[in-house]
Design a protein around this ligand. Sequence first.
Ligand code: MG
Length: 470
Amino acid sequence: MHILHLTKRRKNAGLWILILAMVIGSSSWLKAAQPPNFIVVFCDDLGYGDLGCFGHPTIKTPNLDQMAREGMRWLQFYAAAEVCTPSRAALMTGRLPPRTGMCSNNRRVLFQDSQGGLQGSEITLAEMLRDAGYRTACVGKWHLGHHPQFLPTSHGFDSYFGIPYSNDMDRVAEAPKGATAIFEPRSSYFNVPLMRDTAVVERPADQTTLTRRYTEAALEFIQRPSNKPFFLYLAQTMPHVPLFRSPEFEGHSLRGLYGDVVEEVDWSVGQILSVLRETGQAENTCVVFTSDNGPWLSQKSHGGSAGLLREGKGTTWEGGMREPTIMWWPEHIPANTSTAALGCTTDLMATFAALTGAKLPTDRTLDSFDLSPVMLGQPATPRQEMYYYRGFELMAVRNGPWKVHYQIQGSYGTEPRQLTKCEPPELYHLENDPSERYNLSAEHPEILTQISQLVATHQAHMQPAPSQLE
Ligand code: MG
């Protein structure tokens, strides 16, 4: 009896080993075991209020709305700076701009005559994932240095297709003076190069084709046969002024040219999600959609809207840095949800590391929190604080619902024109007052004291690098 029993157990064990081998051998198991693909769609100057699913009344974004229904909207997600270059450097390194020197109090961003860029000593998101076995591509606007040693292919990307700095730079002498070149734009007014890897393939770039050609490049990369997971950084040039769209999107939107442009970006997202579904990669691809900074309000109807948030690009008011953010990963991120948990683009580094087992750099300070518990639907608040920098200046600090402004400066042409200390600091409760209207510093001195202690600790660990922008 005893021997019989043992034999039966051995037989059972054999059966289990067989089943396990079959499961391991099946492609679905392998697919589940493979780390996820990542796509980061990073818009330029898109405002918090510019999507249908974030409340815009006349810009139609059916694809992003569907992405939100199938995924998670982040209602308090931030770019790490209020203008392009520092914001992009922070996303790429998981570090606040002063730590990498990718900011300046004088020149806000890199220009076509700049000599600097993101230093080779920095470790990028692409390098981290490539070391973990990923194939990587950068498509779109880079703006972290246009000299060869600073381009995406020197920073962990296997390939690059896009423009190396903003689409309003390098204006030619023949272009109309003043705002006309922006408000009645032609590609020929801006001598912006379109690059493939390190070579210029078109100059000036035909800007009416950029959203479409970026999308084609993205789809080609996604569909390329490979047994490696992938990371695609798709940094849309739009809706940064001058605004351009394909002929198919002319007169597409009730919101005019700006709406046409956002609706083409929405189309692009729809193409990408469709191809992921069609190729069976949807459940294994995490897509993050967000933007680098708030709307450029001084561009009037050519700039976007921060919705109920105060101010826009160039300021550390909420409208300058809080972004309409959607995360999508079917069967992992719970569908049709939203979160008020705080998040920041610098967090993608720790989050992607946690989801893949990739190794985070340990020899430097990161400003990166693992947001994956929130993404996976757990009640978690990994990030409690936000530090709002303008150049090297710490302007404001958020702790939980409270935000203190120590200094303020208007965006482009708004008051105050100069950096102005707030004495006493201004205090807003962002959950009660997301529009930052009601200064509560007199009522809550204890909050000011509490946050000033956080600032002291933060500043004790802040070692700014020399500016790479000057
Ligand atoms: Mg921007």
